[in-house]
Design a protein around this ligand. Structure first.
Ligand SMILES: Cc1cc2nc3c(=O)[nH]c(=O)nc-3n(C[C@H](O)[C@H](O)[C@H](O)COP(=O)(O)OP(=O)(O)OC[C@H]3O[C@@H](n4cnc5c(N)ncnc54)[C@H](O)[C@@H]3O)c2cc1C
Length: 265
């Protein structure tokens, strides 16, 4: 069972609110000083799911990321137990939207070849769009199952246990297939000491647009299908009004009247 896992680097979701800053001009979140980025938690769970499959059925796991500064995410996947890692990096990728990110990943997956399963996280925990996995499946013309808790192999097919609001579905899909992974997978394993050393020694190849046959005019900000018009944090105003009265009953009536005026009740 050869698996390709797509992993995205994100800003740490645990950034304290006081350190969270936006640049409205460039419409970007400003990375806070001293808080390193992390692997998208759903993608760590995708690596975990791939490792469980490998533990049972053997095969190879390849971790792939798009982003020039994301090599440490691939190293983390290698330390967890992935076999190979590839960074997709090129300045022409800058400003890519979800469709283009999926296109870049599709081209890399086609170049890697020899796989039965592509795993993505259910969504990236920074923008929470949940688009890339589905677009990769469409690009490759492969079956897709979203929100997986578990994947196994039976009768030469994949059996994917999919999480629903109050239960599960089990889908059978032929390989190769694309599956997006949900947090119900549970805690990803911690890298072992030996895994960290082995990952540190491993070379992570970086592929650019030419390496994967990407036409530079089809990627980056110029090719984006949509434009982010505004990125802002809402302004929250708090007002406090003390309602008083001679008696509790009088104060209660005043409070109810005030709440009705404010259209709260
Ligand atoms: C090189 C580059 C430049 C960018 N520049 C900008 C910019 O200028 N402005 C801006 O607003 N945004 C930028 N982005 C972010 C981009 O718009 C998307 O947010 C991102 O590529 C993926 O979309 P998503 O957040 O909707 O992911 P989702 O669809 O929520 O992600 C689902 C899953 O897809 C996979 N996946 C998603 N992204 C990646 C990735 N990069 N590598 C590997 N797997 C991935 C993961 O498995 C993830 O769990 C850039 C992204 C890249 C890669």
């Amino acid at each position: 069972m050869n698996t390709i896992v797509c992993i995205k680097q994100i800003l740490d979701p645990e950034i304290p609110p006081a350190k969270f800053r936006l640049d409205s001009e460039s419409k970007r979140v400003i990375p806070p000083e001293g808080i390193p980025p992390v692997t998208n938690p759903y993608d760590e769970q995708a690596v975990e799911l791939a490792l469980r499959l490998k533990d049972k059925h053997g095969g190879k796991i390849t971790a792939v990321t798009v982003g020039s500064d994301a090599a440490s995410m691939v190293k983390h996947a290698l330390a967890m137990g992935a076999d190979e890692g590839i960074v997709l990096a090129d300045e022409v990728f800058e400003g890519s939207d979800s469709f283009i990110t999926a296109y870049i990943l599709t081209k890399a997956i086609q170049k890697i070849g020899d796989y039965e399963l592509v795993l993505c996280g259910r969504q990236a925990a920074d923008w929470d769009e949940g688009l890339v996995g589905s677009i990769i499946a469409e690009n490759l013309g492969l079956p897709l199952v979203t929100l997986a808790e578990a994947v196994d192999v039976a009768d030469g097919e994949l059996r994917v246990k999919r999480v629903t609001l109050d239960g599960y579905q089990v889908f059978a899909v032929p390989t190769p297939a694309v599956v997006t992974v949900s947090n119900e997978v549970g805690q990803p394993r911690l890298p072992s000491g030996w895994g960290i050393i082995a990952a540190a020694r491993k070379q992570v190849p970086a592929w650019n647009a030419g390496d994967i046959g990407v036409d530079p005019s089809q990627v980056g900000a110029g090719a984006a299908r949509r434009k982010l018009v505004k990125l802002f944090t809402p302004l929250r105003e708090r007002k406090c009004e003390i309602i008083q009265g001679e008696t509790t009953a009088e104060a209660s009536v005043k409070l109810a009247t005030r709440l009705r005026e404010a259209k709260v009740i």
